[in-house]
Design a binder for this molecule. Structure first.
Ligand SMILES: Cc1cc2nc3c(=O)[nH]c(=O)nc-3n(C[C@H](O)[C@H](O)[C@H](O)COP(=O)(O)OP(=O)(O)OC[C@H]3O[C@@H](n4cnc5c(N)ncnc54)[C@H](O)[C@@H]3O)c2cc1C
Length: 366
């Protein structure tokens, strides 16, 4: 997704772009995520600024892309499970409002106007109309097609070519060499490995997540709905398993149920414990789901960074190398803003926002 967005905005800026991926389109984490475009789960700061910019860009993309990406500006609903939880959510939303987020408190007796199948007895929530959703694999494919970039799938970058001054000269793949004055590292969770090929350092680590997919249903879940404790899970630096209920319908019918987070390397082993927790939390929020069958489950590896911010921008150590990776659980949402920033940097333009917090050189080499 991030590479597709970089290609799209760079090509629209007049650059000649080649996209190289060792897998198919969306064969990385993009094909294993959910596609929420969220501002609701971000505290005021650089990531929220990036998300707000992206939200507007996604709206424009949804109109500009010639094909359907299942873009739905359906809004998010965050629900508290206790009175103190609602107080904390209210404070969080008030702080976000000062940063440009639209948030509306929903009292207990109005929750069912938004979500008729929500469990009874919840103390209230906050509605975020700016939250939206896309189908990530479709969105990445259509962005790539719209970019008109040359797309080389099934080709692994095995080396980054450099000149006598250490500057980038292109990449090597098993098919040969590809010369270019600039290389953008959009390798997601594998961004640290690609950086290493160029002699640079980025601490990108995998943070595993499972998604449960139900059988197709009529629209029982209208918004992206999640429990207030999800926000704390997202911000946590713990490697241990965390789960909180995140439930959403899709235009195709299946309901997607998340979200788990754990740092266990690239271990793909199915975890029944995680799935059991996800199912229990989702049915506590939407009791109607208890009678629904889960069709399948899948797992992916979010590109985790120790400070929860992506690396976007030029590498200070390798002239011509730019990074656009490490977006953790928000790479679909943050892709357009990332792509626009990269395109501006590649063409010597002014980035659309302050990129200092995302500078790739902020990590000291191990
Ligand atoms: C369970 C789960 C739920 C999620 N839900 C959401 C959500 O709702 N909203 C959201 O915004 N985000 C979500 N995410 C996170 C989101 O999926 C990621 O942040 C995003 O997909 C990252 O995109 P990317 O393009 O950086 O990485 P990827 O999609 O992984 O792309 C990187 C590409 O680089 C390629 N590559 C790597 N090394 C090489 C090499 N040496 N040579 C050539 N190619 C190479 C890979 O093949 C891959 O295709 C979720 C993630 C998970 C796991």
């Amino acid at each position: 997704m991030v590479g597709a967005a970089c290609a799209y905005y760079a090509a629209r800026s007049g650059l000649t772009v080649t996209v190289v991926d060792r897998g198919p389109v969306a064969g990385g984490t993009t094909g294993a995520g959910e596609g929420n475009l969220l501002v609701s789960d971000k505290e005021p700061g650089p990531e929220l600024d990036l998300a707000l910019l992206s939200t507007g860009l996604w709206r424009t993309l949804a109109e500009d892309l010639p094909q359907h990406t299942e873009y739905e500006p359906k809004g998010g609903l965050v629900v508290a499970s206790t009175g103190p939880g609602l107080d904390a959510l209210r404070d969080f939303a008030a702080a976000q409002a000062t940063a440009g987020v639209t948030a509306r408190e929903i009292p207990a007796d109005r929750l069912h106007d938004l979500e008729p199948h929500l469990a009874p007895g919840l103390p209230g929530g906050v509605h975020y109309p700016q939250d939206a959703q896309v189908q990530p694999a479709l969105a990445a494919a259509h962005l790539l097609r719209a970019s008109r970039a040359e797309v080389r799938t099934g080709e692994e970058v095995t080396a980054v070519l450099t000149g006598p001054g250490g500057e980038v000269r292109g990449v090597r793949t098993p098919s040969g060499t590809l010369h270019a004055p600039c290389v953008v590292n959009a390798a997601g969770t594998w961004g640290g490995e690609l950086a290493r090929l160029a002699g640079a350092y980025l601490p990108v680590l995998p943070r595993r997540g499972f998604v449960l997919v139900t059988e197709p249903l009529p629209r029982v879940v209208r918004h992206k709905v999640y429990a207030a404790d999800y926000v704390a899970d997202v911000a946590s630096a713990s490697a241990a398993l965390q789960t909180s209920a995140v439930v959403e319908g899709t235009p195709a019918g299946p309901v997607l149920i998340g979200a788990s987070r754990e740092r266990v390397g690239f271990d793909r082993t199915l975890s029944v414990e995680v799935l059991r927790r996800l199912a229990a939390q989702a049915t506590a929020l939407f009791p109607v789901l208890a009678r629904v069958r889960a069709l399948r489950t899948y797992a992916g590896f979010r590109p985790y960074m120790p400070d929860h911010l992506p690396a976007i921008g030029a590498d200070p150590r390798v002239p011509g190398l730019l990074h656009a990776c490490g977006h953790e659980g928000a790479g679909i949402g943050l892709a357009p803003a990332t792509g626009l920033i990269i395109a501006r940097l590649l063409t010597g333009g002014e980035p659309p926002l302050d990129v200092t917090p995302f500078r790739p050189g902020r990590f000291a080499a191990a």
